[in-house]
Ligand binder design. Structure first.
Ligand SMILES: *[C@@H]1O[C@H](CO)[C@@H](O)[C@H](O)[C@H]1NC(C)=O
Ligand SMILES: *[C@@H]1O[C@H](CO)[C@@H](O)[C@H](O)[C@H]1NC(C)=O
Ligand SMILES: *[C@@H]1O[C@H](CO)[C@@H](O)[C@H](O)[C@H]1NC(C)=O
Ligand SMILES: *[C@@H]1O[C@H](CO)[C@@H](O)[C@H](O)[C@H]1NC(C)=O
Ligand SMILES: *[C@@H]1O[C@H](CO)[C@@H](O)[C@H](O)[C@H]1NC(C)=O
Ligand SMILES: [Fe+2]
Length: 498
């Protein structure tokens, strides 16, 4: 067993584990005690929901990637009073030349709600790695924002992705976004793993809560792309009130570049961004054999060129591995369909939400089973992804605290606290993932792991992050610094030995 217990300056470090060792028995269930009061949504007159001043001022401004390579951006916004201009003006920093892109306008009704004028405009053929300013609302109240395009896809391009899921619009949601914004490892693009506004928790799915959510996230989503995954709270399927078209509010408000990856539906698609290839799947669209999603994924995975984009990342809403009691086994049917492909094509990491908590798996697979052989226990598998559940954004449904016991051996770390993750890709072989909980200082990582790329670095083990107990004489932040330095030096020693 590679488990080592040590004590260092009043901090307890637990669990230094190498990839070659067999799975640790039970992993870590963090003993962190949190405030798990049910959180209410922020009231309608909150600062984060404020309507921008001025006639027909664009609101709910958000951007996402607009093509397959990262040279495109989809700019979306809502005008409340009249359609207004469809134009986006944009210009590179240090450039006088203003370019023009024209978008289009959508509107929808949901029960007795009527949306504002929803604008979507795709800007194409931007330069890589460049800061652009953009302006919307031309003709009436204009508003200006900016974004930075990613570097050209390439194997050793460093890039940082934030991870948030199941966000909603409570005070905890606001804390999660604030912690993400103030994390010293600045996320450059946010991977959102589904369940956006939770408007459907209101009577008749009160769609004005989609508007408040759009205004709430604007402070981040207008400046960096949020990459969208659909969750169950996006389905909005209520035939009893005449709403029988699934995903109506979501698909009107949040556009994705699905055609650029040969997909026939906005529910599943892929993008390249810097050194990452990101595949977004839909837990709530058909995924069985012969379905459009299945056929697309079957063709998609062999296309990924790991020399160009070494990091293969999959996003979905419902986790395939989840040891909490809530939503237990819900991801099982999709796991049966797609896990063999994830192993075959050496997916690096699969991020999911849905379960309102955090969990990280060992590198395991469970693909040997057939109906008679009884081989149904996950085993360590160096070709398998790590599964990370990050549905802890902070929505009004609260945290899930009840877990299956004992902790299954495939589960490396689990803790029900609100927070966010950051995936920090260093080069083709190394990426660092950190999980941050909202109660800690901005720089603190409550769990972390070095990811070794499955294509370029498949035989190296990985060191698992540790849980610590806060000593009375040291802040958690201070403790964490010491702890990571200590780990780094240990790693050095071990590398010199082998
Ligand atoms: C949300 O967070 C921001 C940034 O920390 C803060 O300025 C704002 O007052 C918060 N709003 C609410 C309603 O908590
Ligand atoms: C929609 O209908 C509900 C239930 O009758 C009502 O409470 C709500 O005020 C209505 N909203 C609008 C915008 O008419
Ligand atoms: C708003 O802009 C449109 C053109 O996009 C123009 O026709 C209209 O007169 C403007 N309204 C006001 C009040 O400025
Ligand atoms: C994969 O990408 C590399 C780097 O961009 C390129 O040189 C190579 O031709 C690509 N391979 C295939 C099969 O397209
Ligand atoms: C890749 O990044 C890791 C972690 O920062 C570093 O240790 C390693 O030397 C880098 N590899 C190369 C080839 O630069
Ligand atoms: Fe969910």
């Amino acid at each position: 067993m590679g488990v080592r217990r040590d004590s260092f300056g009043g901090i307890f470090l637990v669990g230094l584990i190498f990839g070659f060792a067999e799975i640790s028995n039970g992993g870590i269930t963090s003993s962190y005690v949190r405030n798990d009061d049910l959180s209410l949504d922020m009231p309608l007159d909150s600062d984060v929901f404020r309507v921008p001043p001025g006639y027909n001022a664009p609101q709910q401004v958000h951007i996402t990637q607009g093509d397959h390579e990262g040279k495109g951006v989809i700019v979306s916004w809502v005008t409340p009073d009249e359609p207004g201009s469809k134009t986006v003006l944009y210009w590179a920093e240090n450039s006088e030349l203003k370019n023009v892109a024209e978008g289009f306008i959508l509107k929808y009704k949901y029960f007795n709600y009527t949306s504002g004028y929803i604008h979507h405009c795709t800007i194409k053929d931007l330069e890589f790695d460049t800061k652009y300013y953009y302006e919307v609302g031309v003709g009436n109240t204009t508003r200006q924002f900016w974004f930075i395009t990613p570097p050209r896809p390439g194997p050793d391009v460093p890039y940082t992705f934030g991870l948030i899921g199941d966000l909603g619009q409570t005070h905890d949601s606001n804390r999660t976004v604030t912690h993400y914004e103030l994390n010293p490892t600045k996320g450059q693009t946010l991977l959102f793993v589904g369940d956006l506004s939770y408007a459907d928790d209101y009577p008749f799915h009160d769609n004005s809560r989609w508007d408040t959510w759009g205004r709430f996230i604007e402070r981040s989503a207008a400046y960096q792309p949020w990459i969208w995954t659909a969750g169950n709270h996006e389905i909005d399927f209520v035939p009893e009130i005449g709403e029988s078209k699934p995903f109506k509010p979501y698909t009107h408000r949040y556009h994705v570049p699905y055609r650029a990856s040969g997909s026939t539906s906005p529910m599943w698609y892929s993008i390249k961004r810097a050194s990452a290839y990101i595949i977004v799947l839909s837990s709530y669209s058909a995924y069985g054999k012969y379905t459009p999603q299945y056929k697309w994924l079957e063709k998609e995975l062999p296309k990924v060129n790991r020399t160009e984009t070494p990091w293969l990342i999959v996003l979905m809403h419902c986790p395939m591995y989840n040891s909490y009691a809530h939503h237990y086994m819900e991801g099982e049917t999709m796991r049966v369909m797609y896990e063999p492909w994830f192993v075959e094509f050496k997916v690096d990491v699969v991020f999911a939400g849905h379960v309102h908590a955090y969990e990280r798996s060992e590198r395991i697979s469970n693909i040997a089973y057939n109906i008679v052989n009884g081989l149904c226990t996950p085993i360590r598998d160096q070709s398998a992804p790590i599964y990370i559940t990050i549905g802890d954004g902070g929505n009004l449904e609260g945290l899930v605290t009840s877990m299956t016991e004992p902790q299954p051996s495939y589960s490396a770390f689990r803790e029900p606290s609100f927070g966010h993750g950051i995936l920090d890709i260093k080069n083709r072989t190394h990426a660092y993932f950190g999980w941050h909980r909202n109660q800690d200082g901005y720089a603190v990582e409550a769990d972390s792991v070095w990811l070794h790329n499955r294509y370029w670095n498949p035989h190296e083990g990985f060191i698992r992050g540790c849980v610590m107990k806060r000593s009375d004489s040291m802040s958690l932040e201070g403790a964490c610094k010491v702890h990571s330095e200590y780990l780094r030096s240990l790693l050095q020693i071990i590398q010199n030995l082998v």
